[in-house]
Design a binder for this molecule. Sequence first.
Ligand code: NAP
Length: 292
Amino acid sequence: MSRTVLITGATGTVSGALMDALSDVDVDVRALVRDEAKAQGIESRGVQVRVADLGTPESLPDAFEGVSDLWLLNANGPRAPENSINAVWAARHAGVQRVVRMSVFGAAHGAPTRSGRLHALADHQLESSGLRWTILRPQYLMQNLLGSVDPIIEQNAFYLNAGEGRIGAIDARDVAEVAAKILTDQPDHHHAKIYSPTGPEAISFAQAAAQLQQATGYDVSYVAVPDDTARQSMLDAGVSHWLAGMLVEYGQAFSTGWSDCTTNHVKELLRRPPRRFADFARDHAAAFTSKR
Ligand SMILES: NC(=O)c1ccc[n+]([C@@H]2O[C@H](COP(=O)([O-])OP(=O)(O)OC[C@H]3O[C@@H](n4cnc5c(N)ncnc54)[C@H](OP(=O)(O)O)[C@@H]3O)[C@@H](O)[C@H]2O)c1
């Protein structure tokens, strides 16, 4: 019997890479999007689309009907656990067999960021759902630096309140390939497992800047800024108060060495080492230079 995988967060970074990773696998892929205008680009990839909103439970049954496997990714925000529970509830009612949830590195009730604490709430709900479940808790995504393309191009620099902290940053494509592997292995294989995928090394943002410089041929510096400077520049760029506060919390945690670690989980699951930051920089060099 063919399997149908429902992808939430389908217009986002990790889920987009997951649809790529599943494109040559023999499963039906269905994407949940909340904005019909964004469906076209996904449908043109041969993926079925259902329009629904994880914050609106009554919109979910049609999207979940006939689904065997759910990739559950919630956008950051204070209502993320509510949206996660809505999806888990819809999955239970639809007879979904397995849920693989995107959480975050170090998710725990005592985590130093609200994101980590909210993910812990949602993870625990899934663990007690009665469904087969697997949780991914990846480190910082290398792709986050694509959000600093403008200052890198305009000022040859990017600015964070992460001090000299090192992070076991991971390429979103590796998170997606790990998710694809779990979603296509036998349903019981990864049940009740929590994986924390990381990149191969913990690097500082200064090292990341040097790698971007090498890949692009342009000067790139990392400038460590105080918390309030980081917060204000995000607010000035239109980031919400909640999100700016949460990102400052991550910078503070990174600066204390909280993410200065790696795991073997990518290699154990994919039988190959994770991509290095240099690989990410090389593959995305055009994005950091295209407007110059
Ligand atoms: N960035 C990191 O370093 C990192 C590391 C580990 C874990 N994480 C976790 O990864 C998740 C974010 O992943 P990402 O960066 O791939 O996401 P993203 O690019 O920010 O995209 C978020 C996705 O969620 C969708 N969405 C938002 N609200 C929704 C709703 N109410 N109903 C249905 N869909 C909704 C968005 O759709 P629209 O296009 O309609 O907005 C979009 O497709 C978060 O849970 C975060 O904590 C992030």
